[in-house]
Write a protein that binds this ligand. Structure first.
Ligand SMILES: Cc1cc2nc3c(=O)[nH]c(=O)nc-3n(C[C@H](O)[C@H](O)[C@H](O)COP(=O)(O)O)c2cc1C
Length: 362
């Protein structure tokens, strides 16, 4: 199980949902960067469970403890190691899943690959809980990126059939992005936030779950970050975004929509801003990346999340012990929708990938 990412700024995530602790080692950060741990903790709190009716009732404080890598409040060149204790585990809830794998979850593939030795409690290393250390690493990278003029923010674009407005891909401001990250349920249209919460609540009452899409933007990326092919912006960003459990699709700019456009519609015409000499595009179907390299336009990404696999509705599965078909009703504490808690995870993943690329391209 290798949970490592990055070429220059490298992260390694460790732990399981019900082990003593989970955490992350971050290596390759530039030395001398001031890191505000309280600010990083506030970022982490946006992901923490048990805060409202639309998330899992598992209450975890997700208090981060940095054990190395900082000296007098700044990065010291040594790897940062940060740990988060698991304090609220109810492992009994997961006993039946060793025999009856949850449809849509990793129980079946983990059992086959690790021959029953995997830690199945709470989803083990496959749990969404492992996004807490991802968020801490992202919070550290965000603080460094901010000093380089790069801002990242995201909103919930859709939950099941409820749809928010899209970001304007050519005209989004830093203030708008900062404002949206401060909302407890980040949508552009606040009325839609209420509708989406009703949709989640209804799914929960019916023992079901819903998925949705997060739209995220990075502003202030200079032209020229990224490489062609395997280390391109799109390749690097999609590989870390797909590491977030339950992600099933990542789109850049117009995404799958490009397939239905003519070249004359999809091509983004260049122009000069007279006063500054900057080069921009009139539209932003390319989403900020051409040839895997940043164009200086807003980097626009949409990430699709599937409905939470663990639902209390009865489902067909198999009994591995008995070797026959069986039924399963999942018990325990689960998110009826992953999307609201995944918003900071998407921002964090983007920050890690962009700082890694930025440092490599320096
Ligand atoms: C923040 C977050 C919370 C999650 N919470 C749950 C949960 O409560 N129950 C569940 O079955 N899956 C949850 N998941 C999703 C599973 O971890 C994921 O579907 C599973 O590991 C299989 O991976 P895959 O969907 O990427 O194939 C969560 C994911 C994230 C990102």
């Amino acid at each position: 199980m290798s949970s490592n990412y990055g070429n220059k700024v490298k992260i390694s995530i460790f732990g399981q949902s019900h082990s003593d602790a989970i955490g992350v080692v971050i290596d390759g950060l530039p030395a001398g960067e001031e890191i505000d741990i309280e600010k990083a903790q506030r970022f982490l709190d946006r992901r923490a469970p048990g805060k409202n009716a639309y998330s899992t009732p598992r209450k975890e404080r997700d208090q981060v403890r940095v054990v190395s890598g900082l000296f007098q409040g700044r990065t010291c060149g040594a790897p940062i190691c940060a740990m988060i204790e698991n304090t609220n585990t109810k492992s009994k809830d997961y006993d039946q899943l060793k025999d009856l794998p949850r449809p849509g979850h990793a129980d079946f593939t983990a059992e086959m690959k690790y021959h029953g030795f995997q830690d199945h409690r709470g989803g083990g290393h496959f749990s969404g809980r492992l996004t807490a250390p991802l968020c801490f690493a992202g919070a550290v990278c965000l603080q460094i990126l901010e000093r380089r003029g790069i801002t990242i923010g995201a909103h919930i674009l859709s939950i099941h059939e409820g749809k928010d407005e899209n970001f304007n891909p050519v005209d989004i401001t830093k203030d708008q992005l900062i404002q949206i990250t401060q909302k407890a349920f980040p949508t552009i249209d606040d009325g839609m936030a209420e509708k989406m919460q009703d949709i989640i609540q209804k799914a929960r009452e019916q023992g079901n779950s819903v998925g949705g899409v997060i739209e995220s933007v990075a502003l202030g990326l200079p032209v020229g970050i990224g490489e062609p092919m395997f280390d391109g912006l799109e390749s690097k960003l999609s590989s870390i975004l797909f590491a977030i459990p339950a992600v099933k699709g990542v789109e850049f700019g117009e995404g799958f929509g490009v397939a239905g456009l003519l070249g004359s519609e999809n091509n983004d015409s260049f122009y000069y801003i007279e006063e500054t000499g900057e080069i921009k595009t009139k539209t932003n179907h390319h989403g900020g990346s051409l040839g895997g390299i940043s164009t200086g336009m807003p980097l626009v990404i949409r990430t699709a999340f599937k409905p939470t696999p663990s639902i209390s509705k009865e489902q067909s599965t198999i009994s591995l012990k008995e070797g026959k078909d069986a039924f399963l009703k999942v018990v325990g504490r689960h998110d009826p929708c992953i999307v609201p808690r995944a918003v900071p995870c998407v921002e964090a993943a983007m920050a890690i990938a962009l700082l890694d690329l930025y440092e490599e391209n320096k």
